[in-house]
Design a protein around this ligand. Structure first.
Ligand SMILES: [Zn+2]
Length: 726
């Protein structure tokens, strides 16, 4: 029996261990690719901190040891506090059993989590998440508390020891948490080196190449290699150093890839989102908004040659010592797509060549079987949109490969960089099919209640086959490079399951059924204005309120919209409920328009529009993203200066640019956030190549306002189709 006066102290210890166990479980969940819900807890925490701490501090805090301190240490302290309260209550005469105590402790932890979650959660299925946390936390607390009580009794702990531990352990945990935070705030150590006045590099004889693969995730790569797939990546892993590249919250691709090539944080480099807002308009970001030099600008300053292909935010192409194929090379009506301009003809002929390539066939990425074209024609809503995106990104990645080949025709420059986008887009859209097939069909139906078994069967292999395709691309790029190139393979973030649910409204499908609009083939819900009388100019979005305009076939715009209004007002579900709220007519400087808002709470079933019967799934498109970004990206460094078959320390996105400059023998700016990642390198190589700094690379002397172009509408539509903007 425990002495009576040790009861409060013992409860503190129980709470401490229970809380630590609960925190560890939550941390494991936050880092697992299965549930985005937990990642949201940490993101929410950082969003709150964002109001009080600087961006530098946040990025330095956003590392695993700090997450460990927050989850495990914080859980332990919260548990100890709850235990102390429980102990006092027990001393006052309350005698709950071990299970009740553990359940109470679990409930206290859940309450804490719920405060954070509840405050910031949107579009989520909250009850499921809370349920999962309740089960995890109380289960672990029960086990921990019961085990501890048994162990203490067996060890015959005296009241004095228990009291001492109860006082000492929480204090030690608190100190460790605080220490971790302080160390993290100072950032990673900067290697020593002199500050030099000349920016010109001292040639190391190395050629460096960077392959950016958006959203490449270690868990999927490792799983595929274990199955004997991805031969090119497997070979690179064997002869290289692997690690993770920690992203920047929130992990948005243009932001992170710009940090990769500048070594700076978004507030410093100025690229903070996919679009910039000007007078109510959203203009896709352009390279002139970048306020600091990127690696390609430093090619002229430090005197190395370079070729960048399709890197994010590189239009308009900038003058470099070498070549630059901008990320808008596919927009024929833009100028400055390529630098130098003389490359344009070769680049355009490489683009044209892609259209003849057999790899472009998307049927091979699916298990649709039979006649793929007719199977595809029967698909509606999200599946149709996802297949269109798949078509686009395969072509786009092949264009990137072939235009990169053009830049290497006259020999490999000192720094080569190529960026592939498709892997990210396919994971956003096809994640749920893979999850249903490989993880749990039951859980998949809970998370996404609209899964069609036929779609699951056909589309579950898409992501893995895209990884195979990426491996092929990696093989082809490395095949173009000299064998002893120092190769860095990176992704800006990994991927995890996203349980966000919502739906998009496709008004054009309804108007098509009513004979008013013509849908563009495989355009995910866009209409052809010239072949429509009334249509929705926007592709499907989450907004049920649609603004309809008269199309080219309308002889009288107002009359066509009036007819559309009558048809939509009469449209009914199979139960006889109206499909739309009463429509309204109005006009602006672009002419008359019709406001048609889908009725709330529409259920799956049949609908009758203008005498036609159609399935509501044809116009209520399930949400776009079943996969989303997780903070841990991919990092692989292979080639002579890197360690072989090793695991490196985890890098931050900002650490890449200084590391590349160091590899090229150029000095590194002392005032950038990123630091050289010496841990990746063979120590002998590092000893032979001393680190040098310049005070600063300064700021770019360019205009910093958005550049609207004729291509913006198409780019906005692409971003909308991917759910990046709404
Ligand atoms: Zn993405």
């Amino acid at each position: 029996m425990r002495p009576r006066d040790s009861v409060p102290s013992f409860a503190v210890l129980e709470g401490l261990f229970g809380g630590a166990a609960g925190g560890a479980a939550l941390l494991a969940a936050e880092r697992s690719p299965t549930f985005n819900v937990f990642a949201d807890v940490l993101s929410a925490g950082f969003r709150i901190l964002g109001g009080t701490l600087s961006e530098e501090t946040i990025v330095r805090l956003d590392v695993i040891p700090v997450a460990f301190a927050l989850y495990v240490g914080g859980g332990a302290l919260a548990g100890a506090a709850a235990g102390a309260l429980l102990g006092v209550a027990r001393r006052a005469g309350w005698r709950p059993g071990a299970m009740v105590r553990a359940a109470l402790l679990g409930a206290a932890l859940v309450a804490l989590e719920t405060v954070v979650l509840g405050a910031l959660w949107r579009h989520r299925e909250l009850p499921w998440a809370i349920g999962a946390i309740v089960v995890a936390a109380s289960g672990l607390a029960t086990v921990a508390a019961a085990g501890l009580a048994g162990a203490a009794t067996r060890a015959g702990l005296t009241a004095r020891t228990v009291r001492m531990l109860a006082g000492f352990l929480p204090a030690a945990v608190a100190l460790a948490c605080a220490g971790t935070m302080i160390v993290a705030r100072t950032g990673p150590p900067r290697p020593d080196g002199p500050v030099v006045s000349s920016p010109v590099r001292e040639d190391t004889g190395l050629k460096v190449a960077v392959l950016g693969i958006d959203g490449l995730d270690w868990k999927i790569v490792d799983g595929a290699i274990a199955e004997g797939r991805l031969p090119n990546l497997a070979a690179l892993i064997q002869r290289g150093t692997r690690g993770t590249l920690r992203s920047i919250r929130p992990p948005r691709s243009p932001v992170v890839w710009t940090s990769v090539v500048t070594g700076e944080l978004p507030s410093e480099h100025g690229i903070t989102d996919f679009v910039v807002r000007r007078d109510g308009d959203r203009i896709p970001v352009t390279g002139n908004l970048r306020r600091v030099p990127a690696l390609w600008n430093l090619s002229t300053t430090c005197r190395f040659t370079t070729a960048f292909t399709n890197w994010y935010v590189t239009w308009p192409a900038e003058p470099v010592a070498g070549a630059m194929i901008s990320d808008r090379v596919d927009f024929d009506d833009l100028d400055r797509r390529v630098f130098p301009e003389e490359l344009t003809a070769a680049v355009d002929s490489a683009r044209a060549g892609v259209d003849a390539m057999p790899e472009r066939e998307i049927a091979a990425f699916t298990d649709a079987g039979g006649d793929f074209a007719s199977w595809r024609a029967d698909r509606w809503g999200q599946v149709r949109r996802a297949l269109t995106v798949l078509d686009d990104v395969i072509r786009h990645d092949l264009v990137t490969l072939e235009t990169a080949r053009v830049t290497l025709r006259s020999g490999q420059p000192d720094l080569t960089a190529v960026y592939f986008r498709g892997n990210d887009n396919t994971q956003h859209l096809f994640w749920k099919y893979r999850f249903a097939e490989q993880r749990s069909g039951l859980l998949a139906r809970v998370l996404w209640n609209d899964l069609d078994p036929e779609d699951v069967e056909a589309l579950s292999p898409v992501i893995d086959r895209y990884y195979d395709f990426v491996d092929e691309l990696v093989g082809r790029v490395t095949g173009m490079l000299e064998p002893d190139t120092a190769l860095l393979l990176l992704s800006d973030h990994g991927f995890l399951t996203n349980n966000e649910r919502g739906r998009w409204y496709n008004a054009n499908r309804v108007l098509e059924a009513a004979g008013m609009a013509a849908l563009a083939p495989d355009a995910g819900g866009a209409a052809v204005p010239d072949r429509s009388r009334a249509y929705d100019p926007l592709p499907p979005t989450v907004s049920p309120r649609r603004i309809l305009r008269a199309g080219g076939l309308a002889e009288d715009a107002a009359a066509a919209l009036a007819e559309a209004g009558r048809i939509l007002d009469a449209a009914r579900t199979e139960d006889g409920a109206p499909l739309f709220l009463p429509t309204e007519h109005a006009a602006d400087e672009n002419g008359p328009f019709l406001v048609a808002e889908f009725a709330p709470d529409l259920e799956a079933g049949a609908a009758i529009v203008g005498g036609e019967t159609l399935d509501t799934r044809e116009f209520l498109v399930p949400e776009g993203h079943s996969g989303n970004h997780r903070m841990d990206g991919f990092l692989l460094a292979a080639g002579p200066p890197f360690r072989e078959g090793a695991r490196g320390e985890n890098l931050r996105a900002v650490d890449v640019a200084p590391t590349i400059l160091y590899l090229l023998g150029a000095p590194v700016a002392a005032d950038v956030e990123g630091v050289i990642a010496l841990s990746l390198l063979d120590p002998q190589w590092a000893r032979e190549h001393p680190v040098r700094y310049v005070r600063t690379w300064g700021r770019r002397d360019v205009d910093h306002d958005a550049m609207p172009t004729a291509a913006d509408e198409r780019i906005r539509q692409e971003l909308e189709a991917l759910g990046y903007i709404q």
